[in-house]
Design a protein around this ligand. Structure first.
Ligand SMILES: Cc1ncc(C[n+]2csc(CCOP(=O)(O)OP(=O)(O)O)c2C)c(N)n1
Length: 533
């Protein structure tokens, strides 16, 4: 395309050149020009009900597809409404591109009271992104899009925000589009491989902690674990890197005592692609480790954060693990580790509270009817806190959780984004009655897009996690027992199917029917149900 079209129109072709075929958006008077050539470019636009939904959908799309999720929003309120999803994607290292309009170049920073004006829009999103830039010409639009994709494909993925001034969006852009290729080998491992292999070969009780950065390194990680006889503890983001049924796999119980005790007693702990951040370990300080630590991460800052690693390797996880495997002398793995894993798993299950046992009954039912390639998008609800540990997965990214930023209202729009990315894969959403009300208007989007999704609404008639925290600290239960709507009527009003199962069998049937339906189904499960007692 070399004809004289606007920068807004050219942008659609530019994004298509980078493999983007779906945008999550809410149009406004400021972004009209970006819509002109959308159909010509073959770009699919998913219209949302609120910009927060667009951001979470882009995030859920990225987690399902492995490709960057892209949203297109207006200046000012469109941007600030989507700031929360940027924060979530930033803390979970998700590739997301937010494109928005901004005031015309002559008005930038002037504070003239223009429509949707923020005097310095790029600064609003700067701390929530890898970079936030204002493109002041069509050339700069190309430049920043190229930089965003280079970052997504070669470094630590994090969201990017590109603001395009109104006059730039409408300016003539007569240059053809092309993709600047940055893809190549991610950083290969170098120094540290021999030292890591030596430490691991000599280890008597090695443990591997596998984070979100290891999900592309699943087969090397399992091969290494089996070669060493090492127990593997996934973080929530790493859940499924080793199948939960594997005899060396701990469930995602890095925040639980028996697992932490096992790590403390290990003589070598190999941490792959994990920050070991507070929501991974739920400790007010570092994870206790008496052994030596080996750290592999693509982000050099993470390599030196919080711990004195004996060996720190800056590299892509798959490349580093392959190099370590090649360097490792033949070892006879100890069978003892299988027994230890089984003991620790049993200890974690025995320590479940009565409420968690109730959750497990529901989670086991979900798992029985969910096909192996199904994906659960979960919110910040008590059912999901038990689920991220004890819902068994066969592969990575089958249990999605807004771990770092911990945002209520994530699951429904993220699940919609996931289902758009992979219509052939079964998608379930797990959300509490409080979290649901943050973004339930996106039921409208799911109905409009005819998405068969099973939305499990875990209803305990309160913001229970916070209520329970108040009770245990002897604080009055203020602001946690909200008036709830009739969720079934509300879902029906949106055009959803609905179910209120009264037995485990009915729950399983409801999910099976939901996954095969022609639209979303809200399945309300009450914590107080007799069948869960
Ligand atoms: C945006 C946002 N606001 C507030 C919180 C604090 N918070 C965490 S869990 C929770 C309660 C959620 O209630 P619900 O969705 O009903 O799940 P439940 O804990 O009852 O299972 C709250 C308010 C949060 N995580 N995110």
């Amino acid at each position: 395309m070399t004809d004289k079209i606007s920068c807004g129109s050219r942008l659609m072709h530019l994004l298509r050149a980078y493999g983007v075929d779906t945008l999550f958006g809410m149009p406004g008077v400021h972004t009209l020009e970006a819509y002109r050539a959308m159909d010509d470019a073959g770009m699919r636009h998913i219209g949302v009900r609120h910009e927060q939904g667009a951001g979470f959908m882009a995030d859920g799309y990225a987690r399902m597809s492995g490709k960057p999720g892209v949203c297109l929003l207006i200046s000012g309120p469109g941007v600030t409404n989507a700031a929360t999803p940027l924060g979530q994607a930033y803390s979970d290292s998700i590739p997301m591109l937010m494109i928005s309009s901004v005031a015309a170049t002559k008005d930038l920073g002037m504070g003239r009271g223009r429509l949707h004006e923020i005097t310095d829009q790029s600064q609003v999103t700067a701390p929530l992104t890898a970079f936030s830039a204002i493109a002041t010409s069509p050339d700069q639009v190309r430049e920043y899009v190229a930089r965003a994709f280079a970052l997504f494909e070669t470094g630590r993925s994090r969201p990017v925000h590109i603001s395009i001034p109104l006059d730039v969006l409408t300016a003539i852009d007569d240059k053809p589009v092309s993709r600047r290729v940055a893809r190549g080998n991610r950083i290969p491992a170098g120094a540290g491989i021999e030292d890591a292999a030596k430490l691991l070969a000599e280890a008597k009780r090695p443990v591997i902690i596998a984070g979100g950065g290891s999900i592309g390194a699943s087969s090397a990680l399992v091969e290494l674990a089996e070669g060493l006889g090492a127990a593997v503890v996934p973080t929530i983001a790493g859940k499924g890197v080793i199948p939960d049924s594997h005899p060396l796999a701990l469930e995602a119980t890095l925040d639980r005592p028996a697992t932490q005790a096992m790590i403390a007693e290990a003589d070598v702990v190999l941490c792959v692609g994990t920050e070991l951040a507070e929501p991974d370990i739920w400790l007010d300080g570092p994870l206790p480790m008496n052994g030596k630590m080996i750290r592999i991460d693509i982000d050099p800052e993470t390599l030196v954060r919080d711990y004195d690693a004996a060996v720190a390797i800056e590299a892509d996880a798959a490349l580093a693990l392959a190099d370590i495997l090649a360097e490792l002398p033949p070892i006879i793995p100890s069978k003892g580790s299988h027994n230890q894993v089984a003991r620790v798993r049993a200890a974690e299950r025995e320590a479940l509270t009565p409420l968690e046992r109730k959750h497990v009954k529901v989670l086991d039912a979900l798992r029985r009817v969910m096909p192996d390639d199904g994906v659960v998008y979960s919110d910040m609800t008590q059912l999901a806190y038990t689920g991220y540990a004890f819902y068994p997965c066969v592969g990575p990214r089958q249990w999605i959780f807004p771990a770092g930023y911990g945002t209520l209202g994530y699951a429904l729009p993220a699940g919609i984004g996931g289902k758009i990315a992979a219509p052939e894969r079964p998608v379930m959403v797990v959300v509490g009655d409080g979290g649901f009300q943050f973004t339930l208007q996106e039921l409208g989007t799911a109905v409009e897009q005819k998405l068969p999704m099973a939305i499990i609404l875990w209803n305990n008639d309160s913001l229970a996690q916070i209520r329970d925290g108040m009770i245990s600290r002897k604080i009055p239960t203020i602001g946690v027992n909200q008036h709830n709507p009739d969720f079934i009527k509300l879902a029906e009003a949106y055009g959803c199917r609905t179910e209120s199962p009264q037995s485990i069998e009915a729950l399983e049937q409801a999910i099976t029917a939901a996954l095969a339906a022609d639209r979303p189904t809200v399945i309300e499960v009450r914590e107080s149900s007799g069948f869960l007692a």
